[in-house]
Write a protein that binds this ligand. Structure first.
Ligand SMILES: [Zn+2]
Length: 165
């Protein structure tokens, strides 16, 4: 099951049509711009709607290690578990996998003279960050996300029965 990092990315690109493909006509258009501008901070709007990137070490979650689930700031979909978060020393919250394959979509990003894989919310299409093939765990992936795209629901809030030890 362990694909090399390169194979994994090539697979991801090559199988584009067979996988979760996020395009404008697929995304849930339940949020209009005026509503989002009012509800989100200017930075959250710029990151999720205009694919901006927050400054490294400036976001809320790069150095947060609380248990919980990270939700999309726009549509509240659950995207990442704190269990898959790791310290990538890059100043952005980093995960080695999404909660499931359909939670986080991927788009090819050719901006800034680079070929990168953009990560977007699989439900609403909000920009989340980028995924790189240099993760330190068995997935080989590093989801380098913007804190501005995420909201951490602490375990008490998201879990049904949080068994205290
Ligand atoms: Zn979303």
């Amino acid at each position: 099951m362990a694909l090399s990092l390169f194979d994994r990315l090539r697979f991801t690109f090559g199988k584009r049509k067979a996988r979760t493909r996020v395009s404008d006509d697929m995304t849930d258009k339940t949020f209009d711009e005026a509503e989002l501008r009012e509800r989100l901070s200017p930075e959250q709007f710029a990151v999720t709607q205009q694919a901006a990137t927050e400054r490294a070490f400036s976001g809320e979650y790069w150095d947060v290690w609380e248990d919980g689930t990270y939700h999309c700031i726009v549509c509240d979909e659950e995207l990442f578990s704190s269990e898959t978060k790791f310290d990538a020393h890059c100043g952005w919250p980093s995960f080695d996998r999404a909660l499931s394959d359909d939670k986080v979509g991927e788009k090819r990003d050719l901006s800034h003279g680079m070929v990168r894989v953009e990560s977007v919310c699989g439900k609403c299409g909000a920009h989340l960050g980028h995924v790189f093939p240099d993760g330190p765990t068995d997935t080989g992936l590093r989801y380098c996300m913007n804190s501005a795209s995420l909201r951490l629901a602490p375990k008490e809030e998201s879990g049904e029965s949080s068994a205290e030890s």
